[in-house]
Each structure stands twice: as structure tokens, then as C-alpha cells.
Design a protein around this ligand. Structure first.
Ligand code: 13P
Length: 259
């Protein structure tokens, strides 16, 4: 299981350091859970110098290489700061910051070329869902950013399904809605690559995931963790979600082993 926190544009630098200290002081995270936190970009270099109890993630990356690109930061720069995971294609960037499909695809390439892992976000709007085109929308996003990738890099790809109508709204996809979309994404990956590759790619759910609904969402067969916004801002709620993932991971291992 993989639990990733996306802080978006929240927290002062001192609050960010305090969060890391509090998490560091907690009992160890459950063994079967990988944890990542993506703070605002200006904090990455300093946070990457600390012994963090979680993987350090970035929320964005430049679609370009080094050079005359004022204000941009390359995947290699992120790697040099201790970043290991990069979120690409978040709906807040697609809708508000010009990250159209071609830009997202280029960012995915840059992250992978730098040896980092990409957390690729996809998801439909409420209108897409109401018009019953949500599967098409999400699978088209997969096609445009993922299909061209060689199988060799797919062990550094994580997919995050984030229905836009559930982000920051308090509305969560039901477990059934999450599972059917995750199964569709897994099926698409199986077709595009192979069964083993598809089974190995974590597919996270994001959108108002909280301590109170994490167990139910994570228990879905094709949900491998969560990309958490609001509930990742406080150590206690983030830890509660990590613990939910730990409980579910143990139960899923039991099921896989036929227990
Ligand atoms: P919320 O958990 O606040 O809904 O945000 C989800 C998200 O966008 C994570 O990337």
C-alpha cells in the first residue's frame, strides 16, 4: 500500500519542518505501507537534507530541460534535492496552470528520464460523470501520458485516480465507484502491457479520503492506497490514514494467501 500526502500550496516553512518532526517522533509506520509527502517546492531542498520518515515528493516539475526557462525547475534538480516521487497531471494543474495532455506527457517523460518515480493523476469532472463519459475520459488521459512508455520504466509509475468532483469537496467516491474505475485502469494497463506489469502498478484513490473512509476505500481489490490532500496536513489524521492502509494491507495479504 502507498499513502501519499499532497500539501498543495499550504503550510509555512516552519510548519512544514514541525510536521516532519512530529511524524519522525511517532512509532514506526506499518511495514507494508510506503509513505510520501509532497510539500511546496521551495521547501524541498531543505527538507531533503533531513532524515525524513517518509519519501519526499514534488507536486510539479518542468516539462523542459535546463537552460533559459525562468521560474522552471527540472526533474534532475528535484532529484538533487532528495525528491524521489513527482506528482504529475493533478487536475488543479490541468485546469488552472496549462498542463494540457501533451505537457503532462512530457512531464511524465522528464520524471522517468531523471530516474524518479511519477505519480500520474487522472480523473473526470462531475459533468463527465453525469454524461457517462468518465471511463473514456480517464482512459484517454492514460493513453495520452502513459501508453508510449516502455515496459521497463513501468515499475516507476504510480497512477492516482482523483475524481475532480471529490477533491476538497467532502464528497468521496463510493467504494464501488472507486473500485470500478480502478479496475478499468488496471484492465487498461493489462491490455497496454501485461498482467504482471499491471498487477505491480499501485493505483491510488484521491478525493476527500479521510481517516473515516480510508479503510473502506483501501479495502477495494484494485485500490492500493491514497493520494491525500486536506487530511495529509495534520500529522494525526495523516497517520490515521497510514494505519488504515496498514490494517488493510495485512488483510489483503491474508486474502492473497488464501487465509
Ligand atoms: P483532498 O483530499 O483534500 O480532497 O485532495 C485530494 C487531492 O487532490 C490530492 O492530490
Amino acid at each position: 500500500m502507498f499513502v501519499a500526502g499532497n500539501w498543495k500550496s499550504n503550510k509555512s516553512f516552519s510548519e512544514a519542518k514541525e510536521f516532519a518532526n512530529v511524524m519522525q517522533g511517532m512509532s514506526p509506520f506499518p511495514e507494508q505501507v510506503e509513505v510520501m509527502v509532497a510539500p511546496p517546492a521551495p521547501y524541498l531542498a531543505a527538507m531533503g537534507q533531513e532524515g525524513l520518515p517518509f519519501r519526499l515528493g514534488a507536486q510539479n516539475v518542468s516539462a523542459t530541460g535546463p537552460g533559459a526557462q525562468t521560474g522552471e525547475f527540472t526533474a534532475e534538480m528535484l532529484a538533487g534535492c532528495g525528491v524521489v516521487d513527482v506528482i504529475v497531471g493533478h487536475s488543479e494543474r490541468r485546469d488552472g496552470h496549462g498542463d494540457v495532455d501533451a505537457v503532462v506527457a512530457e512531464k511524465v517523460n522528464r520524471v522517468l528520464e531523471a530516474g524518479l518515480r511519477v505519480v500520474f493523476c487522472c480523473g473526470e469532472s462531475l459533468q463527465d460523470r453525469q454524461s457517462d463519459v468518465h471511463f473514456d475520459k480517464v482512459l484517454r488521459q492514460m493513453e495520452s501520458a502513459i501508453l508510449h512508455l516502455p515496459v521497463e520504466v513501468m515499475d516507476r509509475v504510480v497512477v492516482a485516480y482523483e475524481p475532480i468532483w471529490a477533491i476538497g469537496t467532502g464528497l468521496t467516491a463510493t467504494a464501488d465507484q472507486a473500485q470500478e474505475m480502478h479496475a478499468a485502469i488496471r484492465g487498461w494497463l493489462r491490455e497496454a502491457y501485461d498482467a504482471e506489469t499491471a498487477a505491480g502498478i499501485p493505483i491510488l484513490y484521491g478525493g476527500s479520503c479521510k481517516p473515516g473512509n480510508a479503510d473502506e476505500l483501501f479495502a477495494c481489490a484494485d485500490v492500493d492506497g491514497g493520494l491525500i490532500g486536506g487530511a495529509a496536513l495534520e500529522p494525526d489524521s495523516f497517520r490515521a490514514i497510514i494505519d488504515a492502509a496498514g490494517r488493510v494491507a495485512s488483510a489483503k495479504v491474508g486474502v492473497d494467501a488464501g487465509a
